[in-house]
Design a protein around this ligand. Structure first.
Ligand SMILES: Nc1ncnc2c1ncn2[C@@H]1O[C@H](COP(=O)(O)OP(=O)(O)OP(=O)(O)O)[C@@H](O)[C@H]1O
Ligand SMILES: [Mg+2]
Length: 327
């Protein structure tokens, strides 16, 4: 199978797929998925329930096989070299792999055994990771007594035992409270700063916005959109520049200069539809300069990822129009 076209010429590629397909019975779950994820980056796969996020993770981590298409992970083809893939990756599934009947430490040592670490090395790695994930104190307690956040941290600690270069996190923060979510984000950022590639799935748009270098939105078996958070936000209408004035005369002058602006006379603000690009901002400022007025405040408003998500996956009972447009 030719694999050369899968790897980019410049930066090493952690994960790439071409035309990945998967069906269950007559239900097409993945209908041709192309992905390209550079090493050392964070990639977020977003999608509503049942979109195929877990299925994608399972294919890339060799737990199931695709019906068609190619996928390379860490330079290995998932179909022809699953062992090579497995040696390079760690997977934290959507549902916890933690055994509640044994202690956190025992769960870790079990993973060390699975990775064929020596007893001594297994102990060292276990102690290190438990400390790093703030679980040293709880190490000797049965994992069933852990809180959701602690279990999730243990799950990820277990994933890291084999020192994987690529990790798959399937909904790493679902069910966590805001503080635990932020802790998890911090953990993920630290992994990335160590050079690990992170492939995460999430239903939380703020999570993707916060963590991911690139985001793909999965809908109806296809990638509905892919790009940075900023690029995705620019896909939906609703972006605008808001100019606020304190001097009514300046406001009037600006309002007559900027024809396409929506006026808010009480608050002396003007709202101008704009994608927020440098060129658009400059033209607004040029207009203001031309009539010699200065705004007291200029703010750029871009639609958030929620708008993008609803616009792209709008057939599932979600609003047809992005929020910004409905306002
Ligand atoms: N083993 C299976 N047999 C039959 N259908 C399956 C199987 N696994 C998944 N599916 C179906 O494939 C579709 C995609 O499931 P998947 O678990 O990948 O979605 P998801 O995006 O991870 O959803 P969620 O956000 O709920 O975790 C669903 O319709 C699901 O019912
Ligand atoms: Mg899932």
């Amino acid at each position: 199978m030719p694999t050369s076209k899968l790897s980019g010429p410049q930066s090493p590629t952690a994960v790439s797929t071409i035309g990945l397909r998967k069906s269950y019975g007559d239900k097409t779950v993945l209908d041709g998925i192309d992905l390209h994820i550079p090493a050392g980056s964070v990639f977020a796969l977003l999608g509503p329930n049942g979109a195929g996020k877990t299925t994608t993770v399972q294919i890339l981590s060799t737990l199931i096989t695709a019906d068609a298409g190619q996928a390379q992970v860490a330079g290995h083809d998932v179909a022809t070299s699953p062992d090579g893939v497995r040696a390079a990756i760690g997977v934290t599934g959507q549902f916890s792999a933690v055994d509640g009947l044994i202690t956190g430490e025992e769960n870790m040592l079990l993973m060390a055994d699975l990775h064929h670490l020596s007893k001594r090395e297994g102990r060292r790695v276990t102690a290190d990771l438990l400390a790093r994930f703030d679980l040293t104190e709880a190490a000797k307690k049965p994992a069933s007594t852990y809180s959701g956040g602690m279990k999730r941290r243990l799950d990820i600690a277990m994933t890291l035992v084999g020192d994987p270069r690529i990790i798959f996190l399937d909904e790493p923060t679902t069910g966590l409270d805001p503080r635990s979510r932020h802790n998890m984000w911090q953990i993920i950022r630290e992994l990335v700063s160590d050079g690990v590639t992170v492939f995460l799935t999430t239903q939380y748009l703020d999570e993707a916005d916060e963590l991911a270098d690139r985001i793909a939105v999965l809908n109806n078996g296809k990638i509905a959109a892919e790009g940075t958070a900023g690029e995705l936000k620019r896909l939906v209408p609703g972006g605008h520049v808001r100019l606020r004035f304190t001097d009514p005369a300046a406001y009037q002058a600006a309002a007559s200069a900027l024809r396409e602006a929506t006026r808010h006379d009480e608050s002396l603000t003007l709202q101008i539809p704009s994608g927020g690009s440098q060129r658009e901002l400059r033209s607004i400022l040029d207009w203001l300069d031309a009539v010699d007025v200065e705004a007291d405040e200029l703010t750029v408003h871009t639609p958030d990822l929620d708008d993008v998500f609803f616009a792209l996956t709008g057939d599932a009972g979600t609003p047809e129009q992005p929020k910004e447009m409905a306002r």
